[in-house]
Write a protein that binds this ligand. Structure first.
Ligand SMILES: Cc1ncc(C[n+]2csc(CCOP(=O)(O)OP(=O)(O)O)c2C)c(N)n1
Ligand SMILES: [Mg+2]
Length: 318
């Protein structure tokens, strides 16, 4: 960790990181009860990416997430109560109970939505960036996506368009080495992902350490340039998904990846790493505050009503 990190900054990062970890662990614990009505793609193990990136963003910057988007939503300041209610399919949910876990949105926090269709949010994020540029603001967009999403044609179309028009967009590839059960070695001719992207004239960085601070520093440098209008940038950040592709459980018995591979990442877990940097009392206070907020989110979701049946006919095009 670089020495210029103050205790205040570390506390802020830990607050976000711990909250997301515990929120998702609660989701996993509730899931078998069937109270949560939507499939869940947990980001446990990968949260540090959203936390590091969103810590650099301003409130008026936009985040574009994916169906594995709990961390990005929460790290950007999305409302946890509305998120939990959405998972429960309740009318008070952030998508009015229509979308579930894969369609989180909080326009107040500039979390501009996600989609279950892999890759589709990438060009939409570039659209936001184009709007910001045309309005002559210095706002930026952070577009999160997986390594699998980078195989979609629209990813390369977007890279070209964003580079050509010098759009203020930070592409953040959360490279967890798998698309569902398919490892990268069976999908990519080479793993020189950043080199491929660089041919579009886009600055790239590859972070393989799993270190939140290294990532945050890299993002900070890139975001400064983005605000100056120097054009898009891309970060490929290695991370590991600890749980199954979709659902609350581990899946090391399914034969497509060994537990030992995960253990290397579990040892680098940033949650205890940051916890150990804080004075005991401050750490405990942050954790107690998070637990209370998660309890409140669950209570809100449980007590909220389901949508009325007539809701099915609202926002319907034809
Ligand atoms: C266009 C499209 N193709 C295929 C799928 C099925 N699918 C759902 S998730 C997924 C894997 C995506 O992997 P990645 O982008 O690496 O994200 P991760 O799940 O690892 O976070 C696939 C192929 C889909 N939802 N949409
Ligand atoms: Mg992946």
């Amino acid at each position: 960790m670089p020495s210029e990190y103050t205790q205040e900054t570390i506390a802020r990062l830990y607050r976000s990181l711990y909250f997301i970890r515990r929120f998702e662990e609660r989701v996993a614990a509730i899931y078998p009860s069937d109270a949560i009505k939507s499939p869940v793609h947990l980001s446990i193990g990968q949260e540090f990416i959203s936390v590091a990136v969103c810590d650099i963003l301003r409130a008026d910057d936009v985040v574009s997430g994916t169906y594995r988007g709990h961390a990005a939503y929460l790290a950007k300041g999305g409302d946890p109560k509305a998120m939990m209610a959405e998972m429960y399919g309740k009318a008070t949910g952030c998508s009015a109970g229509r979308g579930g876990s894969m369609h989180l949105i909080d326009a107040n926090a500039n979390v501009m939505g996600a989609s279950a269709v892999v890759g589709t949010t990438i060009p939409i994020a570039a659209g936001y960036a184009l709007a910001m540029k045309r309005r002559k603001t210095d706002r930026i967009v952070a577009a999160f996506f997986g390594d699998g999403a980078s195989e979609e044609g629209c990813f390369y179309e977007t890279l070209n368009f964003a580079a050509l028009h010098k759009l203020p967009i930070l592409f953040v590839c959360e490279n967890n080495f798998y698309a569902i059960h398919e490892p990268q070695s069976k999908r990519w001719a080479t793993d020189r992902f950043c080199e491929r992207v660089a041919t579009f004239g886009i600055e790239t960085r590859r972070i393989t350490s799993g270190d939140l601070f290294e990532l945050r520093d890299a993002v900070a440098g890139m975001v400064e340039k983005l605000r100056r209008g120097e054009g898009p940038a891309l970060i490929e950040c290695h991370a590991y998904r600890w749980r199954e592709h979709v659902g609350p459980n581990e899946d090391f018995d399914q034969g497509y990846r060994p537990r030992a591979e995960a253990e290397r990442w579990m040892e680098m877990d940033q949650v205890p790493h940051l916890a150990a940097m804080l004075p005991e009392a401050e750490r405990a206070a942050i954790e107690a505050e998070a637990e209370a907020a998660i309890d409140a989110a669950v209570a809100f979701a449980e007590q909220s009503p389901f949508p009325e049946a007539e809701e099915l006919y609202r926002h319907v095009f034809a």
